[in-house]
Design a protein around this ligand. Sequence first.
Ligand code: NCD
Length: 307
Amino acid sequence: MSIRNLIDITDLTVEEIDQLIATAEDIIENPVKYQDACAHKQLATLFFEPSTRTRLSFESAMLALGGSVLGFSEAQSSSTAKGETVGDTIHTVSCYADIIAMRHPKEGAPYAAAQFSEVPIINAGDGGHNHPTQTLTDLLTIHREKGRLDNFTIGFCGDLKFGRTVHSLVNALSRQSGIKFVFISPEELKMPDYIKETVLDKDSLPYEETASLEEAMPDLDILYMTRVQKERFFNEADYVRLKDTYVLDPEKLVPAKSDLCILHPLPRVNEITVSVDRDPRACYWKQVKNGKFIRMALIMKLLGIRV
Ligand code: NCD
């Protein structure tokens, strides 16, 4: 059997994503059915970059499937600090684990790692490039909140240049029908041309670009807020100047639709005030929970396990 990896969201067909969502929804309803699905299997989480939700949801997912976990949460505690290459680290870990989730600051590192692995590799975020499992989390949340993955207007707000979650989600939604994209960012943090050209223009998909969250708000069915990605900036002064461009608060939500769904991959810094958490339209804490269930479905799929 050939190894299935998840490096880019397009490694999964639209049908496979629908199946993962269906499995995740079944797990939510019937968790006991899945509690031994991955008994005696091991997941390695290799995080060369900081993480809270992604790493812990992967680990929690594997434990809930009856499997076990190993790994490291910072590059400095691995042999990377001694100068080991990613290839050799992955080669080593694939001798001990049945599946690997890795996060790395370099774009393309999980793809390179997959060339050295004998077990499935999951990209848990590579630099400012992609984050396919956050996208699965986002899609499950949209499906649960809206009952569908098509025919809506979605606004992406904040750091669209470096925000890898945005890149992967735009890619996934470009394969659905009737999606209108609104990209809300300062000039310096606009959606990269390579995504506009290779994902949107290729299929003549409609999108708007604006700097004004206020103007975009009334039309949105989904608002995807993002953090300005401090760690990707070359210049601290640019980060300081741009970091508070958008701060979502209850007042800004006054003109929004009553069934708006507000998403954020988290962590938030200052871009959503805590007072918004009480608004029933705030779905980002539900998103955190959903991240575990969709990762359970994904781990089973990549290990070829059915329940
Ligand atoms: C995101 C990431 O790591 O790209 N976080 C996450 O995985 N939930 C978003 C971010 O760090 O801003």
